[in-house]
Each structure stands twice: as C-alpha cells, then as structure tokens.
Design a protein around this ligand. Structure first.
Ligand SMILES: [Zn+2]
Length: 124
C-alpha cells in the first residue's frame, strides 16, 4: 500500500495538471507585470508642459505607486515559480499546512493559507 502523503514533494494535494496550470498562470502573470513595468518606465505619453504642474506631479506619483506594486507582485510570482521548481509550492509559509487548491487557482503566487493571511492582515 502506498501512502500518498509521504511521496516526494509536499505538494501532493495538487495534481500534475494543477501544477502545470498554476505554472502557466504564473508565467502569464510574470509576462504581464514585466510588460506593465516596461510601460511605466517608458516616457509619459502626454506632454508635461500641456498640463498644470500639480497634475503632472500627481501622475508621477501614480506611476511610482503602480511600479512599486507591480514589482512586488512580480517578486511574489518569481518566488512562487522557484517554489514550484524546488517542490515547496502550495505550503503555507507560516503554519506549513497545504494551501487550499481553490485559493492557489485564484492567487497562484500566495504564500499563506487563508487563515494565516487573515491573521497577517489583521496585525498592525
Ligand atoms: Zn497557514
């Protein structure tokens, strides 16, 4: 008799198809964020002198914020791809329990299970 829990990686609650789908999803997400960062780093399309200074400054601020969040997601996505490669993918970083498959399908780069995520977000 074979105990599936003890075979190979800790990602036994995910099938090979699940992992392939998640990997595809993560690759798409990475491309999307890389493209977003490229665009944000590019020249501003509207000419700065055409608009009031305050508006231009606000636009720059939005770009800085968007870049920061895109970079954060990109880092998470790349970390998730590394976890897929080393077999630690799908395990909560805090409680070490498997993360729900449904949750991973929605947010493939998440590091924590729903419970730990809630606890973290509630923390000051
Ligand atoms: Zn957890």
């Amino acid at each position: 008799m074979v105990n599936h829990q003890t075979i190979g990686h800790s990602t036994t609650h995910l099938s090979a198809e699940d992992l392939a789908a998640l990997r595809r999803h993560l690759h798409e997400q990475r491309l999307f964020r890389q493209e977003q960062l490229r665009q944000l780093a590019g020249p501003v399309t509207s000419r700065a002198e055409d608009q009031p200074h305050r508006q231009a400054a606000a636009q720059t601020e939005v770009r800085v914020k968007l870049s920061a969040s895109a970079r954060m997601v990109l880092a998470d996505v790349e970390a998730a791809l590394e976890r897929l490669d080393d077999g630690s993918y799908g395990t909560c970083h805090l409680c070490r329990r498997p993360i729900d498959r449904e949750r991973l399908m929605i947010v493939p780069q998440c590091r924590y299970c729903a419970r730990c995520q809630q606890v973290r977000e509630a923390a000051p």
